[in-house]
Design a protein around this ligand. Structure first.
Ligand code: GDP
Ligand code: MG
Length: 417
């Protein structure tokens, strides 16, 4: 199918045609072949005007916390309310584990076969950045096909929570009502990026759930109090590190509402998800805590009420659109940086220089910054016409910029770049 045919299938196809088109479109987007990538970009450009109308909900939590059980309950609840629900996953470890969602389809027994639900496992290869990119693009496919709630699930692997928070409108953290579970989340910096903390399995021990609620509520208040001074997101939009290296203190470069946390403000949200929102227009969202039992389907309505409240508030104060704008720009830069790094590492002159310079740097013979400058000069030289052979770079530390563009010569004998 051509990108045009895929697009038609997505937008106008009958239900079975649309499902097939979605699967094909996502497979095309996940392909790493260069010719596929061109078609994929054509498809994305065609899709874009039809995207953005869904609510993007991130859900994270340790294995066993009840994500799949909860998504089953929530998905069916939302379908009951007339929504169409897509479930995607970001799991960079799924190559090993075989994919989180696929194995979990048994826990999403009814949702996975429901005509108004679409469930897709995590792309099964690549770095976190690559996996997140594919999921983000799959999200656009789902939106174009008319799914108005897109749930992105992640198990906490590396920085996958941050990646999911940075591609969704709201990020929810599922917690067990155990003492200590919250500490893990705080240590990992995940609590900080949660818009809503959900205590699951409240049915097992109501008292434990209540204690967890109190603990997490005060933890959220502390995180708010110790929030860093306001950093304007635009400052970071162009210098975002790769997700794998994002430091917790930078994660809310797209989360201004969390940076400006004020002491005490969180109290308004303690316990109940349904708080007054009298001055919504100027108010900021303060992360809340809700207790549920995914297994018994209890508290799903309260959860969704909190989500609805969040969405209304964020829309009224302008943060909803702002967050998406910043996500799109941050995403662009993240991909540019990843692309540049890849291009740099595979460039012939760089590959030629890298082993020796790495050795020299590790042995203290060449300063790291000098080596970096030389490598960058060798890399940028490909864009200019030079006459000198690149070997000159190795012997010269004074004028690296006079290196060579004759990478064809120097890379002979080194193929596969
Ligand atoms: N008692 C109780 N058990 C639950 C609840 N939610 C999930 N479970 C159970 O916890 C286990 C792990 O759930 P699952 O949804 O697979 O967790 P995931 O790994 O986060 O996707 C399963 O045995 C579920 O039946 C709950 O609210 N109460
Ligand atoms: Mg699961």
């Amino acid at each position: 199918m051509t990108p045009e045919q895929l697009l038609q299938g997505l937008l106008q196809g009958t239900a079975p045609v649309q499902r097939r088109a979605m699967a094909k479109a996502i497979t095309l987007l996940e392909s790493t072949r260069a010719d596929h990538r061109l078609q994929a970009d054509e498809l994305l450009t065609g899709l874009l005007p039809h995207t953005g109308k869904s609510f993007r909900l991130g859900i994270s939590g340790v294995p066993g916390v009840g994500k799949s059980t909860f998504i089953e309950a929530l998905g069916l609840y939302l379908i009951g309310q007339g929504h169409r629900v897509a479930v995607l996953a970001v799991d960079p470890s799924s190559t090993v584990s075989g994919g989180s969602i696929l194995g979990d389809k048994t826990r999403m027994e009814h949702l996975s076969v429901h005509p108004d639900a679409y469930i897709r496992p995590s792309p099964s290869s690549g770095t976190l950045g690559g996996v997140a990119e594919k999921t983000r693009e799959a999200m656009l496919v789902c939106e174009a096909a008319g799914y108005d709630v897109v749930i992105v699930e992640t198990v906490g692997v590396g920085q996958s929570e941050t990646a999911v928070a940075n591609m969704t409108d709201m990020f929810c953290l599922l917690q067990l009502p155990n003492a200590g579970d919250d500490l893990q989340a705080i240590k990992k910096g995940v609590m900080e990026i949660a818009d809503l903390v959900v205590i699951n399995k409240a049915d097992i021990d109501a008292n434990a759930a209540m204690r967890a609620e109190a603990q997490i509520t005060s933890a959220l208040r502390l995180l708010g109090m110790h929030g860093r001074e306001s950093v304007h997101p635009e400052d970071h939009a162009s210098v975002r590190p790769e997700p794998s290296t994002v430091r917790p203190e930078l994660v809310d470069s797209v989360r201004p509402e969390l940076v400006e946390g004020q002491p005490g403000a969180i109290q308004a949200s303690t316990g109940s998800a349904r708080t007054e929102q009298s001055s919504a227009r100027t108010e900021r969202w303060h992360p809340k805590v809700v207790k549920i039992s995914a297994l018994l389907g209890q508290g799903v309505d309260a959860f969704w009420a909190a989500v609805t409240e969040f969405k209304a508030l964020q829309t009224a104060n302008g943060k909803f659109a702002l967050r998406r704008e910043q996500q799109a720009l941050a995403w662009m830069w993240e991909r540019i940086e990843a692309g540049l790094k890849q291009s740099f590492r595979t460039q012939a002159a760089v590959r030629q220089l890298l082993p020796q310079l790495s050795l020299q740097v590790s042995q203290g013979q060449v300063a790291a910054s000098t080596a970096a400058r030389q490598l960058l000069a060798a890399y940028t030289d490909r864009f200019t016409v030079r006459a000198e052979p690149v070997e000159a770079l190795l012997s010269s530390t004074t004028s690296p910029s006079t290196g060579s563009g004759r990478t064809g010569t120097v890379s002979s004998g080194r193929t596969g770049g």
